[in-house]
Write a protein that binds this ligand. Sequence first.
Ligand SMILES: *[C@@H]1O[C@H](CO)[C@@H](O)[C@H](O)[C@H]1NC(C)=O
Ligand SMILES: [Ca+2]
Ligand SMILES: [Ca+2]
Ligand SMILES: [Zn+2]
Length: 250
Amino acid sequence: MAAEAHFEANRVVASSSFSASPAATTLSVFFHVIMENDSLEGGNVPDSQLEDQIAVMNDAYADAGITWVLADTQRITNADWFNNVGPDGSEQTEMKGQLRTGGAADLNVYTVGFTSGSSAGLLGYSTFPSDYEGNPENDGVVILFSSVPGGAAAPFNLGQTLTHESGHWVGLYHTFEGGCSGSGDMVDDTPAESDPAFGCPTGRDTCSSAGVDPIHNFMDYTDDACMNEFTAGQVARLQDQMATYRGVSF
Ligand SMILES: *[C@@H]1O[C@H](CO)[C@@H](O)[C@H](O)[C@H]1NC(C)=O
Ligand SMILES: [Ca+2]
Ligand SMILES: [Ca+2]
Ligand SMILES: [Zn+2]
């Protein structure tokens, strides 16, 4: 709520919108491939999969006015980070402190294994634009290495994990944020849903308010093959979030 109050008070309205010409801004992506060893199972994601990942992102964000460009890839062998890095804890502080590069508008992506402890089983996590100023070193997205296109994490291996996590990074909440009541995800054209949807449950409708659950939205928890949209309202929000907190103009 504090973040939303700050956003309302400081909102920079981006110049373009969903209905206007979409081409607008180009953002750099820095991949940090964290490996346990040199094998594919050890996290050594090939360049071809990273390039395919960027292509998936560019399809997803085509109507949002964002083009992603792969700026650099670095490969680091560190079994502790690969296995244990989570949203809390010393591994994350250490890893990002040593590796993060660029400024507020540069997307740093760390691919890891999430095999142990509190991180076990995660697909990914991200910071929000409004977090940047207070902790720039922590800014970025951490994803499961096998969630990229061609990875082993079916049904989450078509690259939509990074679409979803970068959705947070550009300022979007989950479509199920807040459940059925209140302002939910702060976006008017995403129907409210009570909790995350999994798989691809066509027709799911968990809130009595108008509209079926937005199961095809990138900000739900459905399978990669089920996700295919950001709404016009999400595009307006993310453009204003990026203008307000990351200095990006559209
Ligand atoms: C590399 O790491 C993976 C993942 O932990 C493991 O399954 C594999 O046995 C390791 N390979 C070698 C050669 O150490
Ligand atoms: Ca909504
Ligand atoms: Ca409904
Ligand atoms: Zn999420």
